[in-house]
Design a protein around this ligand. Structure first.
Ligand code: SF4
Length: 84
C-alpha cells in the first residue's frame, strides 16, 4: 500500500478543508481500513532504516522524539524537507 501521497487521504484532507467533515471522516476511515488490511501487524509500514528496537512501534517512536525534541521520526522528516 502506498502511504505517502495516498489519493484517498489527500481526498479526505480536501473534503476537510471544504468543511465537508462527515464525508472527510468517512474517506479517512477508508484509508485507515486499507492501511490496517495492508499492515495488520509488525513494522512493515515503517520507512525508518535505523537499527532501532522501536521499529514500527509508532506510539513509542513519536513519544521518544517528542521527549528529546531533536527531530521528527524518520518517516515524517520528508514532510519538513518537502522530499515527497
Ligand atoms: S512513527 Fe516511528 S515507528 Fe512509526 S512509521 Fe514513523 S518512524 Fe516508524
Amino acid at each position: 500500500m502506498k502511504i505517502e501521497n495516498n489519493p484517498i487521504e489527500i481526498e479526505a484532507l480536501r473534503l476537510f478543508e471544504e468543511g465537508k467533515t462527515e464525508e472527510a471522516r468517512a474517506t479517512e476511515a477508508e484509508f485507515v481500513k486499507q492501511f490496517r488490511e495492508a499492515y495488520p501487524s509488525g513494522g512493515a509500514h515503517c520507512t525508518c532504516e535505523e537499527p532501532c528496537r522501536w521499529h514500527g512501534m509508532c506510539k513509542e517512536c513519536v513519544a521518544i522524539h517528542r521527549a528529546h525534541q531533536d527531530h521528527l521520526p524518520n518517516c515524517l522528516k520528508p514532510i519538513k524537507t518537502n522530499e515527497w
